[in-house]
Design a protein around this ligand. Structure first.
Ligand code: GTP
Ligand code: MG
Length: 508
């Protein structure tokens, strides 16, 4: 494992108490809206002793209130036991006031209990651009710390040691395939996601090949005909990834066509340059395992779930308790440009940012939705020693990192950078036909090799905080889909977090 440290050695200690999360105020407002029919001013929220709110939150929009209200309801010990409130017109003013006081007292108790519980947790933010691997890191954290990747068993029953993941913001983008967010997803949901990933990948590949047929013809007539068959079926399959309306014969035919294509060198060739046309990093693995994935009794392994691509559409909060008893609230965000303004609401009282950057994507164009000129909510007017060269996902990630580090609420927040997807980077740099790193980062003068490229990228990220003396920065190379590799990194991260906690409590 490679790491570049700008901090001191860690020593274990109990986490320091964290302040009240800012989203509690939104939930309080929503609770009042639903149960008392009143909208409270955000600054009026009483959050219990010792709690402070750093970042002002806007009064939730009606859309936000819906989500928050359902969460606020869970704050009350048992919503079923809440006294039913007769319509306001049947009550005298005194009765209404008395009811309101009771609601308020119950709410205060619930908030105090929740505040006391949450005060034991430290806040970690998983940030990074879209598809960098944030949710994959979160999946690994769940797997490593709880032994379970999923919160629910295949029969829908909650697993006893499960961490709890909840959406703390309304969706910014619709979830694909109609399934929910990580944490609420059971195995059948992942079957749908993985099959959809497989079909989407195949659709992109056969379309790309058809568009570039002169340069990349199929090697055999069998492959040519299999690709034509697949092209004729693929949109139906994409529309129905659960396969509920696809006959068993059709499934057999799809598997057979994929197998024919898999023996053709053109498929490998097209997958190799897949980053150029938004192909998933997991496409190759899913195509290789297509027969298993399309089997009617398919139950995804952890490895497949880690490879699956389900864009995060909101911000989720996950409670992680480590084996040593340290408690973390991990926030996983939607990395797309249009969602980045939502991150700021969670910048208050953060112990550490884990910033995930896709180091392999030095030559990949941005996702279509991310080619907007500005990122709302961040200062991206001035730029540091910005490397010249064409825009790529890696460069975008670097620029976003710098913008975040300049945010006033995060001036002295420690950051751990995961330079992720090193498996893909390694394969790319070893491929003589792959894009040259130096063509994308012209001030790089080293060879097209793994170690020097990683060293250069680490330095560029370190440059983004150069001169920020209060900042602690740690950089790790990660392969987020590989549990053993990420486990080693997460062990080190654990030690760093303990040390940061001690520093926060002024004990070191
Ligand atoms: N090969 C490889 N694939 C990875 C790695 N890390 C993540 N992936 C894959 O990359 C895809 C995107 O990962 P996600 O974790 O969904 O990315 P994200 O940052 O959460 O993306 P958003 O939710 O859209 O912001 C998934 O298919 C992952 O399996 C890695 O280290 N190596
Ligand atoms: Mg995600």
């Amino acid at each position: 494992m490679h790491s570049l440290h700008h901090g001191r050695q860690a020593t274990p200690a109990a986490p320091k108490q964290s302040r009240q999360p800012a989203d509690l105020r939104a939930r309080l407002a929503a609770f009042h809206l639903r149960h008392l029919g009143t909208r409270i001013a955000p600054t009026a929220a009483r959050l219990g002793p010792g709690t402070t709110i750093m970042a002002p939150l806007p009064i939730p929009s009606p859309e936000a209130s819906d989500i928050s209200a359902s969460q606020a309801a869970t704050l009350v010990n048992d919503p079923n036991q809440a006294p039913s409130t007769p319509p306001a017109r049947d009550l005298s003013e005194r009765d209404q006031a008395s009811l309101a006081r009771k609601h308020s007292a119950r709410l205060d108790r619930a908030l105090r209990a929740e505040a006391a519980e949450r005060a034991q947790y430290c806040k970690l933010l998983l940030l990074g651009t879209a598809e960098s691997g944030k949710s994959t890191v979160l999946k690994q954290m769940k797997l490593i710390h709880t032994g379970n990747l999923l919160d629910v068993a295949p029969d829908g029953v909650a697993l006893p040691s499960a961490t709890s993941s909840v959406a703390v913001l309304p969706s910014v983008t619709p979830t694909s395939g109609g399934v929910g967010e990580l944490g609420h997803m059971a195995q059948p949901d992942w079957v749908v996601v993985i099959r959809k990933n497989l079909f989407d990948s195949l659709a992109l590949i056969v379309q790309y090949q058809a568009d570039h047929a002169a340069a990349k013809p199929w090697a055999t007539p069998e492959a040519e005909s299999a690709a034509a068959t697949l092209r004729s079926m693929i949109s139906d399959l994409q529309a129905n990834p659960s396969l509920s309306t696809v006959s068993a014969d059709q499934v057999v035919q799809v598997v057979a066509t994929i197998q024919v294509l898999s023996t053709d060198a053109t498929l490998r060739d097209v997958i190799r340059i897949g980053g150029q046309f938004q192909l998933l990093d997991s496409a190759d693995a899913f195509i290789r395992d297509a027969a298993t994935i399309l089997d009617p009794s398919y139950a995804p392994s952890n490895d497949h779930i880690l490879l699956a691509r389900q864009p995060t559409s909101t911000i989720t909060e996950t409670k992680i308790v480590t084996a040593q008893g340290y408690k973390y609230l991990v926030y996983d965000v939607n990395g797309s440009r249009r969602a980045r303004h939502t991150w700021v609401q969670f910048f208050d009282d953060v112990l550490c940012i884990i910033y995930v950057a896709p180091i392999s994507s030095y030559d990949q164009p941005l996702p279509p939705g991310d080619m907007l000129p500005r990122t709302a909510g961040f200062d991206d007017t001035a730029n540091f020693h910005r490397p010249t060269g064409p825009m790529s996902r890696l460069l975008d990630s670097l620029l976003v990192f710098e913008q975040i580090m300049r945010h006033p609420l995060l001036k002295s927040t420690a950051a751990i950078i995961f330079l992720n997807k090193i498996d893909v980077l390694r394969a790319k740099l070893a491929d003589p036909d792959a894009a040259r790193f130096a063509d994308y980062f012209p001030d790089y003068h080293g060879p097209q090799e793994f170690d020097p490229v990683c060293h250069y990228v680490s330095n560029r990220f370190a440059d983004a905080v150069r001169g920020q003396t209060a900042r602690k920065l740690y950089i790790h190379l990660t392969w987020a889909t590989q549990t053993q590799q990420i486990q080693v990194v997460l062990n080190t991260v654990n030690k760093i977090l303990i040390k940061l906690n001690l520093a926060k409590a002024n004990l070191v």
